[in-house]
Design a protein around this ligand. Structure first.
Ligand SMILES: NC(=O)c1ccc[n+]([C@@H]2O[C@H](COP(=O)([O-])OP(=O)(O)OC[C@H]3O[C@@H](n4cnc5c(N)ncnc54)[C@H](O)[C@@H]3O)[C@@H](O)[C@H]2O)c1
Length: 392
């Protein structure tokens, strides 16, 4: 194969703003199909493709999967079924390049793992923060032992994009803010009013677990209660927090919330505390990220110009979203299919960004009880029955 024939499923913000333009631009990809159950979105998506006459539009996902004109699907849906849809594609013999989160249930995590193991198809999660410049630098510092043994890890996505993403007209695809709802009785709550906010941890767990080269084994969660205190029209808690323990014994504190305003551009924050040093991203535009090493005669942390942008980014990355990091997710999937290389965010690492978040929400639901995270990787623990029981 020298070109991946790919169909994009879900033609909303992310597909039209990033995936369609990128996959049209990048060598090695050929968009052959689009799919969305909202047919009103087909034309705006087709209009972005220079060779639109060669692209087939589908309303039903099953019809796309049954078509022999694609090798792979790019899953850009926002749905509680996005994990099941990925597994379904693998089961239909298609490679999967999926948007985050990978899944919203443990059963779907297992279904994806088993489907990818039983087929020779690639499952790849397109999480991009793990490729950021600061993540690469932190990974190298931790791997070289410069901060000692990692004791504590923090990550949070406390973001705010107004209220439009919470209500949508299912026939036109138009989104409405809470102030517009009275004039638009046709608007319905989107999945963001059903999905626990803490499910949206891939942009924290993916880069942070890469930095510490670890996986989560135990989770406990807590949150405020729905509806939102800030926007009572939205049936969601304003904040959910999880404490996690890793296989190497580190403690993580992760948080998500999407209904309270924050200063612009300060949605994500990351921090690593080790036995011999600390790494910290900036908390505001008034400061820089910080590095402190106990063994280097540093009385105060040093400000370091770490950014999401990479100093070694190729030209192709310049036009990609999220400060160029989106490019690397597509490049990793392309390399996996065209060169047979295992993708950096393979099926096991992908599930490790989803399962702890799913269990954090379950912990909250069950009164903040601690829950064990299954190990998806092949091994004797799998033979003891964990996978089949979970997948049933
Ligand atoms: N990587 C990132 O930084 C990033 C940023 C934003 C969103 N996302 C992820 O991207 C995905 C899409 O987000 P969005 O903002 O574009 O959402 P959106 O709601 O604007 O678009 C999603 C589209 O999927 C379609 N869809 C849902 N289920 C479908 C089905 N079964 N068959 C066909 N179409 C279906 C919907 O009709 C909708 O048009 C989500 O998973 C989201 O979490 C990732």
């Amino acid at each position: 194969m020298d070109q991946i024939r790919i169909g994009i499923v879900g033609l909303g913000h992310r597909a039209r703003g990033e995936w369609i333009p990128q996959l049209c631009r990048l060598a090695g990809f050929r968009l052959t199909a689009l799919c969305d159950r909202i047919t009103a979105l087909h034309e705006p998506a087709l209009a972005l493709i220079p060779y639109r006459q060669d692209v087939r539009a589908f309303r039903a996902y099953d019809d796309l999967l049954a078509w022999d004109g694609i090798d792979a699907v790019a899953l850009c849906v926002r749905s509680l079924d996005q994990g099941a849809m990925a597994a379904q594609a693998l089961e239909a013999g298609k490679h999967v390049h999926a948007e985050v989160p990978a899944s919203h249930s443990l059963a779907d995590c297992w279904r994806i793992v088993l489907a990818s193991e039983r087929s020779d198809r690639v499952y790849h999660l397109g999480e991009q923060v793990r490729y950021a410049g600061f993540v690469e630098a932190w990974h190298n510092l931790v791997a070289a032992g410069r901060v000692g043994r990692v004791v504590y890890v923090e990550g949070q996505y406390i973001g705010y994009y107004g209220t439009t993403q919470f209500s949508q007209d299912p026939s036109t695809g138009a989104f409405y803010s809470v102030e517009e709802l009275a004039a638009h009785p046709e608007a319905r709550p989107t999945v963001l009013q059903t999905m626990p906010p803490i499910h949206y941890l891939p942009h924290e767990l993916s880069p942070l677990l890469k930095v510490i080269d670890d996986r989560v084994v135990q989770v406990v969660g807590m949150g405020t209660d729905a509806p939102s205190w800030n926007h009572p029209e939205i049936n969601q808690p304003d904040l959910q927090v999880a404490l996690m323990k890793t296989a190497k014994g580190s403690v993580m504190r992760l948080a998500c919330g999407f209904t309270c305003p924050v200063p612009h551009g300060l949605h994500h924050w990351y921090h690593i505390h080790g036995t011999r040093g600390r790494l910290e991203m900036e908390r505001s535009g008034l400061e820089k990220p910080k590095l402190w090493l106990a063994d280097e005669q540093m009385h105060q942390p040093a400000a370091v110009d770490w950014r999401w942008q990479r100093t070694d980014a190729p030209r192709e990355a310049a036009a990609a979203g999220h400060l160029g990091t989106d490019y690397y997710a597509h490049a990793s999937f392309r390399e996996a299919l065209l060169s047979g290389k295992t993708p950096e965010l393979d099926v096991y690492r992908a599930m490790e960004t989803a399962a702890p978040a799913i269990l954090a929400a379950e912990s909250i639901e069950r009164g903040s009880i601690p829950l064990a995270v299954p190990d998806f990787r092949p091994g004797p623990h799998r033979a003891r029955g964990q996978a089949p029981v979970e997948a049933a």
